[in-house]
Design a protein around this ligand. Sequence first.
Ligand code: C5J
Length: 230
Amino acid sequence: MNSPSSRSQPVTVVAQPFDFSFDLASTALVIIDMQRDFIEPGGFGESLGNDVSLLSAIVPACRNVLAAWRRAGGVVVHTREAHEADLSDCPPAKRDRGKPSLRIGDVGPMGRILVKGEPGNQIIAELAPLPGEIVIDKPGKGAFYGTALHTTLQQLNISHLIFMGVTTEVCVQTSMREANDRGYDGLLLVDCTESYFPQFKTATIAMTHAQGGIVGWTATSEHLLGTLPA
Ligand code: C5J
């Protein structure tokens, strides 16, 4: 990890709708819900009838960014969509929505669906959190709803967020919008996010950077990596 003094140079990423500038010391990499429940067969994603193989395609790109960000000494936040074992934080409306073959809390091949501590609720091995990295268990789609994320980021003087993860139009977009409303500048890495519906990913990217970046910025991981130490 680099020393804090080498982390204070502002850098600029080629992005849409215009360049995104950030200072590593005040920027966090936020990795949304790269958990087995969404990416591997037998989890929540598949129980809703989705083809989960689409999502695993982004893992190598996410891994590259995470490795480079760690080398640079940047703050890393991992989130998981995760409920208490007694489901006290899961409204019946959420549990019943979509009539999934396995509902939240039901026992599936990877343990109880979207329940804290279960095998399926763990972040995939390729992106597993390191000691000291922030892990946020979130009961909603957005990373700020019902969590300490905003307080934690404020304590670290973080003002800029770089987003990766799944799914683009659900938890990633919701989190970016929540961040935007709280005053953060957010950048979405387009090759490090995926949806079960390719057209929804395309639409989310477009609506994020439309109207002068009404939700935030979008860029490729290649452009971000070009700004980080090799
Ligand atoms: C969904 C998520 N799609 N992480 N969760 O239910 O996007």
